[in-house]
Design a protein. Sequence first.
Length: 290
Amino acid sequence: MSVSKAVLAAVACALVASAAAATTAFPTATRAGAPPASAEDAALQSAVASDSRSAAHKARDAYRRPYESLTFWGLRPGMTVIEIQPGGEAWWTEILAPYAKATGGTYLAGYNDLTSPNMSDRGRKARADFEAKFGVTAVNFGTGSGLGVPDDSADLILVARAFHNWAGQEGVTDRFMGEFARALKPGGVLAVEQHRAAEGRPVLETAEQGYVPESYVIEAAKKAGLVLDARSEINANPKDTKDHPFGVWTLPPIKQTAPRGQPANPGFDRSRYDAIGESDRMTLRFRKPG
């Protein structure tokens, strides 16, 4: 698909208009851009379709819908985007880093706290390898360091599939949500993609299976001063019954067939779980007031 000159001009005008004056609470801050209209983003389409993405990652687009999700979250040319804990998979990184480079934006990854005395050599190497592989900059991220960026510096922060890891550690979700609110510009967006549990079940119980309720994330964001701007069902999967023998990791792409630490079970019948596909996921957009 192509983008007309008229559309490009409209997007450019919108970007200029979104650079609003500073607020009383943040006297030196600039305002983050609003979510885009329906204009096509040729640079984003190119990043999603790029041959630099692995074939395995592209095969998951049917479940993770990268173009639709990023458009919903309000990704725009020239933004400063921070991805939280991309890990070894780096699924979103393969799209976001080239997009930032192509559009004059900035990509950063919150990836391991190198100031932590508990950081292993393996963790340090993983971060260095990540930076080298993608040609990007990583910043400290952890309960000790917080998120290693200045106040009011990010247009968009993406958290994908991390809340179930934080939910079992007392105070960690609140700590990180507070850091995201601090780091976002007024008007900036916290983008969330997360395996979704049914409402009403205990969070600690569902988190052990890789899921958390949508209300858990929304309440944590509210406590941090962020506002729920929009929610989408673009990544919903009603086939996901969320009662799998090895939690969400039973489903693709992990396809776990035995308890952790044990060898894979070649006799495990995967047909039911492969037919489900990837997990049911919430897709949420929060905004920092101002």
